[in-house]
Design a protein around this ligand. Structure first.
Ligand SMILES: Nc1ncnc2c1ncn2[C@@H]1O[C@H](COP(=O)(O)OP(=O)(O)O)[C@@H](O)[C@H]1O
Ligand SMILES: [Mg+2]
Length: 196
């Protein structure tokens, strides 16, 4: 349960690849309940992440998280850019403390997202994936099933935060795009050897 420069780099590169691979799916999800830009937004951020991580040698995990935060803040735009940017800044701060376990670091990321966006569980946002994922991490039982269950749970929710909230009841019946991109974040964490 330790983050190293090597495994963090590998994890976030595969997160970026997943976002690029699934750009069209994220676009489709955001077309149903938003403005259809989440796929392009995140793929643009992902390309920036790859450029930064591949062009530098990092000497600390904190520097990696900071570089990813800056990449996302400067390139993603929309609601998701500042929210993911905050998550990575929160994780960057936490990883430099004594409590730098993966679960503490991710929990700090969630706290930053909630500080920035004020969303709580049940509002059909990325928070609906981060909250159960943090809990599962703390209990040592994060699984792909748990992650994608959480993503799917947003389908029946009515959005009360973000652009999808303008649709009111018409937001019900669609999976949330930001919850889905967060699903890739946790799925690639599981695929890395970080939790082993
Ligand atoms: N206040 C919020 N807190 C957490 N996540 C949010 C919030 N507002 C929006 N989101 C997330 O952002 C996603 C939309 O991102 P994106 O389409 O890139 O931005 P925009 O809504 O500006 O077009 C939503 O699917 C949702 O998960
Ligand atoms: Mg959008």
């Amino acid at each position: 349960m330790m983050l190293t420069v090597e495994n963090t780099n590998a994890w976030l590169l595969s997160f970026a690849d997943k976002l690029i691979e699934n750009k069209e799916y994220l676009t489709d999800l955001d077309t149903a309940i938003g403005d259809g830009d989440h796929g392009n937004n995140m793929a643009r951020g992902a390309k920036m992440i790859k450029d930064k991580l591949n062009s530098q040698d990092f000497s600390s995990v904190q520097d990696i998280f900071k570089a990813v935060a800056m990449a996302l803040l400067s390139s993603v735009g929309g609601a998701a850019g500042p929210l993911y940017g905050s998550a990575f800044m929160g994780m960057a701060k936490q990883v430099a403390t004594d409590d730098n376990s993966v679960d503490a670091v991710i929990k700090a990321g969630l706290e930053s997202v909630q500080k920035r966006g004020k969303a709580v569980p049940g509002e059909k946002t990325m928070v609906d994936v981060w909250v159960p994922a943090v809990k599962a991490l703390e209990e040592g039982k994060l699984s792909k099933d748990a992650i994608w269950e959480a993503v799917k749970s947003t389908k029946d929710m009515k959005a009360t935060k973000g652009r999808a909230s303008y649709l009111g009841d018409r937001s019900i019946g669609h999976i949330d795009p930001g919850a889905t991109s967060s699903g890739y974040f946790f799925e690639t964490l599981l695929d890395s050897n970080i939790l082993d």
